[in-house]
Design a protein around this ligand. Structure first.
Ligand SMILES: [Zn+2]
Length: 113
């Protein structure tokens, strides 16, 4: 039993030694190749690009109001709220000649089976 424990101990020390040696070797290699510098600058740049706490997307606070009179909803697109924008979009679609619309909508090929 004692022998087994000894072997285990030896193995453990060997493994930890290998680990440290490999880590040192990798670090040396990185330092030699200048990759570490690149990685550091890259990570610094990444931090600079997006400071922690800053959110993506449209900034809040500057909320525009729908340009339609009597509508006080926040504008979504083209200065219109979602309701009025969809209304405008729909009427624009309706104004288009039916043939043109049909051709455009059948652009997608029917799926083969
Ligand atoms: Zn509106």
């Amino acid at each position: 039993m004692a022998r087994k424990a000894n072997v285990q101990k030896l193995l453990d020390s060997l493994i930890s030694q290998i680990g440290t040696e490999v880590a040192r070797g990798v670090a040396e290699g990185l330092a030699k190749s200048g990759l570490m510098k690149n990685i550091r600058t890259l990570s610094r740049d990444a931090k600079k690009a997006r400071p922690s706490g800053k959110k993506r997307g449209r900034p809040k606070g500057k909320v525009k109001i729908c340009s339609v009179k009597g509508c006080n909803k926040p504008a979504r697109a083209k200065g219109l709220c979602s309701k009025h924008y969809q209304q405008k979009r729909y009427t624009k679609l309706k104004k288009k000649p039916a043939a043109k619309r049909a051709r455009k909508s059948t652009k997608r090929k029917p799926t083969k089976r």
